[in-house]
Design a protein around this ligand. Structure first.
Ligand SMILES: Cc1ncc(COP(=O)(O)O)c(C=O)c1O
Length: 402
């Protein structure tokens, strides 16, 4: 007798995913057939977590930090993080403003659960981190995308799109400054305009600052620091990138105590608490020797410089030099025309099979906007060394020129 599994709940049909994982699977499959692959598709890091953090986590485990801890996280970490974010953002924050999460990613769904009612509209970036779209729709909201346009030195927010998408039913703005995948970064004037927009429409704001500390020059600026914004904003913080801790799974929501308390209550229901002993590793990361994170940024900067220089030599590709994140979002429309590829997937597949260079395209970062033309791909340099960058992009150049 064959027994069918029980039917899956209707809501699951609204749950999205990260299609970039399919690119990884394809690249791994190609590699397993004996080909060399240059992994520019990975949003993950190949760098080790600084030794003092690893040691602190081991120490905590040996010291008996193996039981549950408070759902909002251990107090010393909440204190240290509120001091760190408070100082960098010019905000008066205390531990009551911080709830520790198993990664930055869970902050997205929990923020939406805490503040969005079914039927509410949510503005979010597309191209952008695909989990926004997924979580908005999964929880019964209406996803309203806005995009970016090419400016003089980097991508800039498309205010026309933002104004066109807002309505009396809009409750939330998701804003990713130091943006994945474009590397876009708001100027002070742009931040002021976004703040004015959020205040005018009385929006709650999720400030996704996952790449806050991954920067090579200048200073990161936060929307949450502008007048009137801290009260309506939650900052997504993560230990993943600055400390090369992607697999440790530790992040935080930083914001008004009333929202933080709701997120802590969701923690009680979801995972009880974030992993106890690794919170001591993160505490060491925030308060201990900073040479590890500095070295991570130094290495990433070398990779960025190599990628920007070499991509710039490839006919049909133009690329900005973002001062933050570990992504480049080159315009490849010239290359597509030159090689005769009409779609992103044709280009991506051909590049992989003919050069081994693997990357994601715009399609992996949310739904395309009406009228949008195929033009952009994402190169991540967080998981590939400079010699491999040189080798891979050398092959891509020869292929483009052929
Ligand atoms: C824009 C953005 N937000 C949030 C995250 C979540 O990161 P994590 O869950 O590793 O902290 C990522 C990860 O790549 C990201 O790119």
């Amino acid at each position: 007798m064959t027994v069918s599994p029980p039917p899956i709940a209707e809501r699951i049909s609204r749950l999205g995913t990260e299609t970039a994982f399919a690119v990884s699977a394809e690249a791994n499959e190609w590699k397993s057939q004996g080909h060399t692959v240059y992994p520019f598709h990975l949003g993950d890091m190949d760098l080790p977590t600084p030794e003092n953090i690893v040691e602190a986590a081991f120490r905590a485990l040996r010291d008996g930090k193996n039981g549950y801890c408070p759902p909002a996280g251990i107090l010393p970490l909440r204190e240290a993080l509120s001091a760190d974010v408070g100082a960098s953002h010019g905000l008066a924050l205390g531990p009551q403003n911080v709830v520790i999460e198993p990664g930055g990613k869970p902050v997205i769904g929990k923020f939406i659960l805490a503040l969005m009612n079914p039927g509410d509209e949510v503005l979010y970036p597309s191209p952008g981190y695909p989990i926004y779209e997924s979580q908005i729709e999964f929880h019964g909201g209406v996803a309203r995308p806005y995009g970016y346009v090419e400016g003089a030195e980097n991508f800039e927010l498309d205010f026309e799109a933002l104004e066109a998408q807002v309505s009396p039913r809009t409750r939330i703005l998701i804003f990713n400054n130091l943006q994945n995948p474009t590397g876009a970064e708001s100027s002070p004037a742009e931040l002021e305009r976004v703040a004015e927009f959020a205040l005018r429409h009385d929006l709650a704001v999720l400030c996704d600052e996952a790449y806050w500390n991954i920067r090579y020059s200048g200073q990161s600026r936060s929307l949450a620091s502008l007048p009137g914004m801290a009260e309506r904003s939650v900052i997504l913080y993560t230990f993943s990138k600055k400390f090369a801790m992607t697999g440790w799974r530790l992040g935080a929501a930083v914001g008004p105590a009333a929202i933080v308390d709701v997120i802590a209550k969701l923690n009680v229901n979801d995972e009880s608490c974030s992993n106890h002993f690794i919170q001591y590793g993160a505490l060491e990361g925030l308060t201990g020797d900073q040479s590890g994170p500095r070295e991570i940024v130094r290495i990433l900067r070398e990779r960025r410089d190599a990628c920007v220089e070499l991509l710039g030599q490839i006919p049909g590709i133009s690329c900005f030099t973002p001062a933050a994140t570990f992504y480049l979002f080159p315009n490849v429309s010239g290359l597509m025309a030159r090689k005769g590829y009409a779609s992103y997937d044709e280009l991506r597949r051909a590049a992989l099979e003919e050069t081994g260079v693997s990357f994601c395209t715009r399609l992996h970062f949310g739904r395309a906007l009406p009228g949008e033309k195929d033009a952009y791909v994402r190169f991540a340099y967080s998981g590939i060394t400079v010699p491999l960058i040189e080798e891979g992009l050398g092959k891509l150049k020869a292929w483009a020129e052929a």
